[in-house]
Design a protein around this ligand. Structure first.
Ligand code: 5GP
Ligand code: ZN
Length: 117
């Protein structure tokens, strides 16, 4: 499943360059272009789903693969000991900008409050 207007589908296809950090048959992880922390990696299913709710409903096993890949990325980045945050912005109030589900793996420094007041 691909959405021809989707930038992350284009990254999966190799039509837009990215810095890959992990790839499996169904999952890709690559560095965020505008990192908000020393480690900031985006972990996505290669198939197009708009958000976390959609992929969870359509393919729970794939959702698990994405989360497992996020943990592998954290370990490979050396932040599994210090801790990290997994963020899946979903819908308008979250500020989701890209409508191909992605889990942000952020860490490498104390991250502060979970949500700004
Ligand atoms: P959202 O706000 O949807 O949760 O996060 C979208 C993320 O995608 C942002 O952190 C943004 O920096 C990142 N991003 C947007 N365009 C690109 C791109 O072309 N390449 C990469 N690697 N990251 C991108
Ligand atoms: Zn897509």
């Amino acid at each position: 499943m691909t959405d021809t207007d989707c930038i992350f589908c284009k990254i999966v296809a190799g039509d837009i360059p990215s810095t890959k950090v992990l790839e499996t048959e169904r999952v890709l992880a690559f560095r965020d272009l505008y990192p908000k922390a020393p480690t900031h990696v985006l972990v996505i299913p290669k198939d197009h789903y708009a958000n976390a709710a959609e992929v969870a409903k359509a393919d729970p096993a794939l959702t698990g693969e994405v989360v497992a890949a996020a943990a592998e990325v954290a370990a490979a980045e050396g932040i599994d000991g210090t801790g990290w945050r997994l963020i899946a912005n979903t819908g308008p109030h979250s500020g989701q900008d890209v409508f191909h589900v992605h889990f942000h793996v952020v860490g490498g420094k104390p991250l502060g409050p979970m949500v700004s007041a």
